[in-house]
Design a protein around this ligand. Structure first.
Ligand code: ADP
Length: 396
């Protein structure tokens, strides 16, 4: 009977999970997925089989507010029943920040956990929750191997130049540099490219990960060369509620003349800006595309404009462009956005195939187009399962 790998993605209010079956000689296979939402309000557990069939849906009751610890406790108990005789090999966690130290997935021990704690100030909105889930699993199942898989690791391959801010050297040395995020998604796409297109795999590719969080990554022969996200996951493209790149002088102005403090800025930049801020309607691209409101159109226009600008910048970093790739919620499902971007960068040698784009790809450029454009679904959970299996080593 195949063993199982648990994949966990812990946020501030939810614990998302997937279970993959690990079969010798083939990719881990999704068995089920689900989440516990409302960790600190009204916790609710739901799980579905890989087919989409509902497996469980339950309010976790008035014992409420289980936090990450209670959620991990409940989940591991449920899985023991559910998995029957299957052995749980390991839990692989999405961890947003691995700093400069972690350029690959790592088995978690006390020293690793301490090192990851030190990175909390670099990702205060995400890292504490990721680490809370690791501690919660360790408390319930101390013998279970846990592996941390990082959103930053893929980008550690970037040249120094791509990582540096033009700040005094002592600040760069203290860790104020560009780290880049969404690395699990980019690594998954980079790993898929050889089976999709030899030129995209070995050449100059720009992947646009366009979800609620959105970023773009220049990939040279499978390795990260530059990315739009920097020191935090705020930089680069406008996102659902995040502002993306902003003149730092705006922040000084808001501090000095609008009476804002750090918490106020954090709320503004992370939660009130982006598509939501510009449209005043929604952070959700589907709602904006369906709307006739002029402000919804402004938000979509700005999103497209910024993608086009960044595509030019990343192509410049690569010295040319062989293949743009669209992925994540908007990238995979919004042909209108892809079409607008591709038309605006026709000068980079992209000839869009309208019907292939409407059909969802995977190839959305005409045959003979100097650069080929693609739609590839990302799979960060599978990437974590693959990395977790790799970190367990061949000798188990
Ligand atoms: P997350 O970053 O939370 O993982 P997703 O990758 O799921 O987000 O992307 C969510 C975004 O994808 C939302 O803005 C949503 O509106 C958008 N999206 C999903 N389906 C479609 C669609 N059919 N057309 C346009 N946008 C879509």
């Amino acid at each position: 009977m195949a063993d199982a790998i648990l994949v966990l993605n812990a946020g501030s209010s939810s614990l998302k999970f997937s279970v993959f079956l690990d079969r010798e000689g083939s990719a881990p296979q999704l068995e089920l997925r689900g989440q516990i939402e409302g960790l600190f309000t009204k916790p609710r557990f739901s799980a579905r089989a890989a087919s989409g069939a509902r497996l469980a849906e339950e309010d976790l009751g008035s014992a409420a507010q289980p936090g990450h610890e209670g959620a991990a406790h409940f989940l591991l108990g449920w899985l023991e029943q559910r998995l029957g005789g299957r052995r749980l090999l390991a839990a692989g966690h999405r961890v947003v920040h691995g700093g400069r130290e972690f350029s690959a997935p790592v088995r978690v021990n006390a020293a690793v956990l301490t090192a990851l704690e030190r990175l909390v100030p670099l990702a205060p909105l995400h890292q504490p929750h990721n680490l809370a889930a690791i501690r919660a699993v360790a408390a319930r199942a101390p013998e279970l191997t846990q592996v941390a898989c990082f959103d930053t690791a893929f980008h550690t391959a970037q040249p120094q130049l791509a990582q540096a801010f033009a700040l005094p050297r002592r600040l760069t040395e203290a860790g104020l540099r560009r780290y880049g995020f969404h690395g699990l998604s980019y690594e998954y796409i980079a790993q898929m490219l050889p089976s999709i297109d030899a030129r995209a795999a070995s050449g100059r590719t720009v992947v646009a990960h366009l979800g609620n969080g959105a970023s773009m990554c220049a990939i040279a022969a499978g390795k990260s060369a530059a990315s739009t996200m920097g020191f935090t996951a705020l930089d680069g493209l406008p996102m659902g509620t995040r502002c993306g790149a902003i003149d730092p002088g705006v922040l000084l102005y808001l501090l000095e003349h609008e009476g804002m403090d750090a918490r106020g800025l954090e709320k503004l930049l992370y939660h009130e800006s982006g598509l939501l801020g510009v449209s005043g309607i929604s952070s959700d691209m589907r709602a904006l595309l369906d709307s006739r409101d002029a402000h919804a159109a402004d938000a979509v226009d700005l999103f497209v404009y910024r993608i086009v600008r960044e595509l030019g910048s990343l192509a410049a970093a690569l010295g040319g462009l062989d293949a743009p790739v669209f992925t994540a919620g908007i990238g995979e499902n919004a042909p209108a956005i892809r079409a607008r971007v591709c038309r605006a960068v026709a000068w980079l040698g992209i000839e869009l195939d309208d019907s292939a784009n409407s059909a969802g790809g995977p190839r959305i450029s005409r045959s003979g187009s100097p650069a080929s454009a693609w739609v590839l679904p990302t799979n960060e959970e599978l990437m974590i399962a693959l990395q977790t299996r790799a970190a367990l080593g061949a000798g188990r």
